[in-house]
Design a protein around this ligand. Structure first.
Ligand code: FMN
Length: 407
């Protein structure tokens, strides 16, 4: 980006009078770029009542570091680090709406006063140094609950070894060798809907900017959507409309309760990657229904409901799914999945495939990824003043409006 400055020089004319010349001097000024021609990744995004400074979103990431659903010192460290990254929005991990909905015994929960107190402490510490909007992902793991942490194998924990009886739409185990879940009764379904509502109310009370309902990755709401996990014979199984019913009832109940006090969106798996499973056409149906009910955004992931899934995890492997959803709805759509390079993220937005880019692993590997993106795309980014002196001289203009002096 070229900007010009005015240089003043003087000369003397024939009458010995001084003449002032104003001459434009063009130079590359990266710091000015963000005020003039924003890259798409750094263009603010309006998500209902939440404004994101840029379109870099930190995807939800389970930390398996809670006790009885309570956030710990790890959460403070982890979220604290990500909250100074300059991203546009930080999602907290899948957070269970009741104890049985936790993926592992160490997953975060928002089902008790104690959970709310512990997480509020973390959030208020983060808020004391970061204005980054915060989102929480509310979830129930269904038949994928009662699992070991990934670093302990991720397998089902039997009831007699500290696990619990899981529940799901149908008596179908995730893996053939596992004890199956119990089929949810109509009362169980209503209880889970109520639990989502109660957790959402806690999230609103805690001041979260965004709530994302987890309908992806083979967890309970996805289990209702997918014909691979849902073999019910009642109003909640069979036809696509019936399989949409429970997730939409959850959405409706939460929306009716929180109204427009918070930005409310959904993460879905747009395909099961299994023939005869949930697919992009059914996903489009779901997204149309969600949009009609006031959903503020769709976060497009895939897979997770079946070990038979066949996914080629190449760079941007889910972007085409986000793109199809984006052509279907008029609300913002997030793309996620092996998006690791700023230029790649920028191109996805420039091609109109999505409105925002979510990153998970790349943010863990390099929590300053947005700084790198600002540098590579010629933008500026907010950074905490304690770190203003860190910039290498080649990148000395990426922090907006900074000044440090010492004597
Ligand atoms: C450590 C870790 C934890 C994750 N936990 C969640 C989660 O809580 N909820 C969720 O929807 N996805 C979760 N995911 C999936 C990510 O949000 C993301 O969709 C996926 O990793 C693909 O994006 P990436 O290639 O940028 O990592 C997790 C991924 C990782 C690596």
């Amino acid at each position: 980006m070229l900007t010009h400055v005015i240089a003043i020089s003087s000369n003397t004319n024939n009458n010995n009078k001084k003449i002032l010349f104003l001459k434009p001097v063009f130079r590359l000024n990266l710091a000015m770029t963000s005020q003039t021609t924003l890259s798409r990744l750094f263009k603010p995004l309006s998500l209902a009542k939440t404004t994101l400074n840029n379109r870099i979103i930190i995807a939800p990431m389970c930390q398996y570091s809670a006790t009885d659903g309570n956030a710990s010192a790890w959460h403070q460290t982890h979220l604290g680090s990500l909250a100074i990254s300059g991203a546009g929005l930080l999602f907290l991990e899948a957070t269970a709406v009741n104890p049985d909905g936790r993926i592992t015994p160490y997953c975060l929960g928002l089902y008790s006063d104690e959970n709310e107190r512990a997480l509020s402490q973390v959030i208020s510490a983060v808020r004391s140094f970061s204005t980054m909007p915060l989102g929480i992902q509310l979830a129930h793991a269904g038949r994928k609950a009662s699992s070991n942490a990934p670093w302990a194998g991720g397998t089902l924990i039997p009831v007699d070894q500290g696990g619990w009886q899981t529940m799901a739409p149908s008596v179908l185990a995730h893996n053939d060798n596992e004890l199956p879940p119990k089929e949810m009764t109509l009362t169980d379904i209503q209880t889970v809907i109520d639990d989502f509502v109660r957790s959402a109310l806690r999230a609103v009370r805690m001041g979260f900017d965004v709530i994302e309902l987890h309908m992806a990755h083979g967890y309970l709401l996805h289990q209702f959507l997918s014909p691979l996990a849902n073999h019910r014979q009642d109003n909640y199984g069979g036809s696509t409309d019936n399989r949409l019913r429970m997730p939409l009832e959850v959405f409706n109940a939460v929306k009716d309760t929180v109204g427009d006090t918070v930005t409310l969106g959904v993460r879905l798996s747009a395909t099961d990657w299994v023939r005869g499973g949930w697919d992009i056409e059914q996903s489009k149906n779901l997204c149309r229904e969600l949009e009609a009910r006031g959903c503020d955004f769709i976060d497009v992931s895939s897979g997770g409901v079946s070990p038979q899934q066949s996914i080629k995890s190449t760079p941007g492997y889910q972007v085409h799914l986000a793109s199809e959803i984006k052509q279907t709805v008029n609300i913002p759509v997030m793309a996620v999945g092996l998006i690791t390079e700023p230029a790649q993220a920028e191109q996805i937005l420039a091609d109109g495939h999505a409105d925002a880019i979510a990153l998970a692993r790349a943010m863990l590997f390099d929590p300053r990824w947005p700084w790198r993106a600002a540098n590579e795309l010629g933008e500026t980014i907010n950074a905490p003043q304690q770190y203003w002196r860190c910039l290498p001289y080649q990148h000395s203009s990426i922090f907006a409006d900074t000044k440090t002096e010492m004597r």
